[in-house]
Design a protein around this ligand. Structure first.
Ligand SMILES: [Zn+2]
Length: 489
């Protein structure tokens, strides 16, 4: 059994001005092919897929030349047509050159935004199908932030989407994709899928599955999978910062040849989400930045630290609103990680910055209005570390504060990851970070932080919870709860 493995993933914030370019996908190790591709992301979708596929002695995996995640992370806008066509063209050419395949695994994300391509993941499946023919089975894995409708499954056979946010089960979904692909190729599973769009659009910061009602939505999908053998249920929460026609929540259910059952489960999940729509959008409190910093001070004074101040809305990584307010309210013992600033980064790198250097620079801001104005920081460099394709400059300033400067947007997910920068994470009273929900993995679910405060600036900037402040061109918000008078089903 020959299985081709392809990877093409991005979560595109189409409202960002900096396009995602061919150069962003091209770096040491990317594109990757053969064993290098199969060994990528060992703890995630790919790792799970490869592990289970190789439990079958007759399975041969072929890693098709594929770009890895762009080095801009989630901090870049529309993928250029040049990047998409060049990279996908190479993938298709490598697929064609490698003979006949019984199955294909597409490691995707689902929230890719490409200039001129309305539904990129479906387009990838369509072009792969044209090569492998109608007899092969195609399976995809997805992030719950994917924006998908029925189009992907028109060209592919199966999809497995992560259920939790933070995305704890990506390895598990990779394992399932492999097991079901092998069964389908052997004729032991005949995928029947039903897709239902639910007209709810929600900012990602509200989608934490560690609390109700999002937790209950996950549980309902798990219950369907538990009670019906061979049933698989996907709930895409959707990614509202991509201005694409298939935005919003989506339910998919797959069964072994039983369309009636797939329809029943999909309608149940979609109907439940719709009935809970009000609660889904109001369960999370987001504070204005000044209020958040004040509440942080109060929590620290009550001994309820460490505190996380998460500016969830910053999509460029360069926003300085929270840093500015920390200075204005004289919060002390704060780690600010990170402020992204390409210009400062390149200047420091060219200068050969090192521990002990005095530091006096304007940092952050400027990339667009959502980033605000640069902030002058005066202090001492504690450390300068190269890693993940950028230089991390650690600066001590004020009363026990530390700033980490990076080149790209960084979502700090685990406090312990900061140890690599030479920091003692137990010494801080507060952490000012740029993350929506992923930080809960290491700061909240782990029990590390005692107080969590989500903040955003007053203006409806591009990562805001106020989606009606965003300049959508391909999405009519009035067709979605809570922005229109929508009926469902
Ligand atoms: Zn996600």
């Amino acid at each position: 059994m020959r299985i081709a493995v392809l990877y093409f993933a991005h979560e595109t914030v189409t409202f960002l001005r900096n396009d995602t370019t061919l150069a962003d996908f091209t770096y040491e190790g990317s594109p990757a092919r053969r064993e290098a591709l199969l060994a990528h992301d060992a703890r995630s979708y790919m790792g799970g897929f490869v592990k289970v596929a190789r439990e079958h002695a007759d399975v041969e995996l072929v890693g098709i030349e594929s770009p890895l995640w762009p080095r801009t992370g989630t901090g870049s806008g529309w993928i250029t047509t040049e990047a998409y066509e060049t990279l996908l063209g190479r993938m298709i050419a490598d697929l064609e050159a490698n003979g006949r395949f019984d199955g294909v695994y597409l490691a995707l994300h689902g929230a890719m935004g490409v200039h001129g391509v309305a539904r990129p993941e479906a387009d990838i499946a369509r072009r792969v199908r044209a090569v492998v023919g109608p007899g092969a089975f195609i399976v995809g894995t997805f992030d719950p932030h994917g924006n998908e409708d029925e189009e992907f499954l028109r060209h592919a056979d199966m999809a497995f989407t992560v259920k939790y946010f933070p995305h704890y089960d990506s390895y598990l979904q990779g394992e399932r994709a492999a097991r079901m692909l092998v069964r389908a190729v052997r004729g032991d599973y005949a995928p029947k899928t039903v897709t239902v769009k639910v007209p709810i659009i929600s900012p990602t910061v509200l989608q934490w599955t560690g609390a109700s009602p999002w937790m209950d939505l996950v549980q309902r999908a798990l219950t369907w999978e538990a009670r019906e053998p061979d049933l698989y249920a996907n709930v895409f929460f959707g990614f509202p910062f991509a201005d694409v026609p298939d935005v919003g929540m989506t339910v998919q259910v797959m069964t072994n040849g039983n369309e009636t059952l797939a329809r029943k489960a999909a309608d149940d999940l979609a109907g439940w989400a719709w009935r809970q729509r009000e609660a889904l959008l109001t369960s999370t409190k987001v504070h204005a930045i000044a209020d958040g910093v004040r509440l942080a001070k109060e929590a620290i004074a009550r001994g309820e630290g460490p505190v996380v101040l998460a500016d969830h809305s910053d999509r460029s990584g360069s926003a300085t609103w929270l840093l500015k307010e920390i200075l204005a309210q004289d919060l002390s013992g704060v780690l600010v990680a990170t402020i992204a600033d390409a210009r400062a980064h390149d200047t420091l790198k060219a200068r050969g910055v090192k521990a002990g250097d005095p530091f006096d620079m304007e940092v952050g801001g400027l990339v667009d209005e959502s980033a605000g104005a640069p902030v002058r920081i005066t202090g001492t460099v504690l450390n300068a570390v190269e890693g993940y394709g950028q230089l991390w400059t650690v600066v001590q300033f004020g009363r026990g504060n530390v700033l980490v400067l990076s080149r790209y947007l960084i979502q700090v997910q685990e406090p312990w990851s900061l140890k690599a920068l030479g920091l003692d994470v137990t010494s801080f009273k507060a952490f000012a970070i740029k993350s929506r929900v992923h930080f809960r993995r290491g700061f909240d679910d782990s029990g590390f932080a005692r107080t969590i405060l989500l903040v955003e600036p007053d203006q409806p900037f591009l990562g805001t919870v106020h989606l009606d402040g965003l300049p959508y061109r391909n999405v009519d918000l009035r067709k979605f709860f809570p922005y229109g008078d929508v009926t469902f089903p």
